[in-house]
Design a protein around this ligand. Structure first.
Ligand code: NAP
Ligand code: ZN
Ligand code: ZN
Length: 348
């Protein structure tokens, strides 16, 4: 076992505090990573605060991990000491089921092992990237291409892949009108990626307070969902909507903005069920869908796409002692547009 520095929540309602955690001995197919940066995803908050169900404490979240390979197991072939690498939301899966065979390990029929809060193969509960080191099996480690800084790459490991995957699956590209709902961590990545894919992008935010940023990121239009006129103006308009909102919102109003055969993909994960009026689906033969992160192969593809298009996340780099304050700002929709922890500061 190796001891690493970390931040951990002692219970669902207590602030995170400096701590240490144990990482397993290096197995033959394992890679030991010195974590340099870890992004803060809203999922870290939902999970740690018990909003998705009871958890084990102390809990260390974090699944937007980037760092440098420090050591490799005897049979590792994909990574070498010194490589710049990343780990996202999963650290393992069965590798055997139909979905794993299709490269969609996030939909593993036996359940993928999540980076934190999951039961690992050895029976321990996984602990995430608000820490200085981690041991992960090589197949679940991706390469961070040259050309993206490590700190701006960190949020790609969740916010990037979670928006890239549905944009690709539902064919965002030239001639397609795409709306992104919520301009937070996922939302700002969705705008950058959809624009790079050639789609015409509109942001739907609670207010117009971030309009300049939305347009700078490449959106063509920006509307406030608090303005009733928005839904009249945009009626039957979009081919695809990516809803990244972390709270329960009015899906029926959004459905009305979809054109013939349009789809709204929900990636936001509020704990409450969303309500859908079936007649809002009947009109224009609309679809309501969900999407969860992306497979390992697609995560690498997304990182390579970002390097090719010069895309990184817009980040605010913080120290360990600022994590609790950063969480408050995420909850207040005051994130521009992803907090990233410099793990060198986790020791204090
Ligand atoms: P975030 O940075 O907090 O962004 C969410 C945005 O939603 C906010 O910035 C805000 O945008 C909007 N919003 C928040 N509360 C709202 C409310 N009450 N009404 C209307 N709009 C509201 O969060 P994130 O890290 O991007 O994550 C977003 C959601 O996706 C979370 O629920 C997270 O758990 C989930 N998620 C899912 C997956 C997946 O695989 N499906 C992966 C990662 C995260 P505006 O200020 O622009 O309105
Ligand atoms: Zn996430
Ligand atoms: Zn599987």
């Amino acid at each position: 076992m190796t001891t690493v520095h970390a931040y951990a929540a002692p219970s669902a309602d207590a602030p995170l505090a400096p701590s240490t955690i144990e990482r397993r001995e290096l197995g033959p197919l394992d890679v030991r990573i010195d974590i340099k940066y870890c992004g803060i995803c809203h999922s870290d908050i939902h999970f740690t605060r018990g909003e998705w169900g009871p958890q084990e404490y102390p809990a260390t979240p974090g699944h937007e991990i980037v760092g440098v390979v420090a050591e490799v197991g005897a049979d590792v072939t994909r990574h070498a000491v010194g490589d710049r690498v990343g780990v996202g939301c999963m650290v393992n899966s069965c590798r055997d089921c139909e979905n794993c065979a299709a490269g969609e390990e996030q939909y593993c029929l036996k359940g993928s092992t999540l980076t934190y809060g999951s039961k690992d193969r050895d029976g321990t509960i996984t602990k995430g990237g608000y820490s200085t080191g981690v041991v992960v099996v090589e197949d679940f480690v991706v390469k961070v291409p040259e050309g993206i800084s490590l700190q701006e790459a960190a949020p790609l490991l969740c916010a990037g892949i979670t928006t890239y995957s549905p944009l690709r699956h539902w064919g965002a590209g030239p001639g397609k009108k795409v709306a992104v709902v919520g301009l937070g961590g996922l939302g700002h990545m969705a705008v950058k990626l959809a624009v790079a894919m050639g789609a015409e992008v509109t942001v739907l935010s609670q207010s117009l307070s971030k309009k300049d940023d939305g347009l700078r990121l490449g959106a063509k239009d920006y509307f406030a969902t608090s303005d009733k006129q928005t839904f009249k103006t945009l009626r039957n308009h979009f081919d695809l909507i990516i809803n990244t909102v972390s709270a329960k919102i009015d899906i029926n109003a959004l459905l009305g903005t979809l054109t013939l055969n349009g789809t709204i993909v929900n990636v936001g994960a509020p704990p409450e069920p969303l309500e859908i009026g079936v007649f809002n689906l009947f009109g224009n033969r609309r679809s309501f869908a969900g999407s969860s992160i992306g497979g390992i192969r697609e995560t690498q593809e997304m990182l390579d796409f970002c390097a090719e298009h010069g895309i990184g996340a817009d980040i605010e780099l913080i120290e360990g002692k600022q994590i609790n304050e950063a969480w408050e700002r995420v909850l207040a929709s005051d994130v521009r547009y992803r907090f990233v922890i410099d793990t060198a500061t986790l020791t204090a």
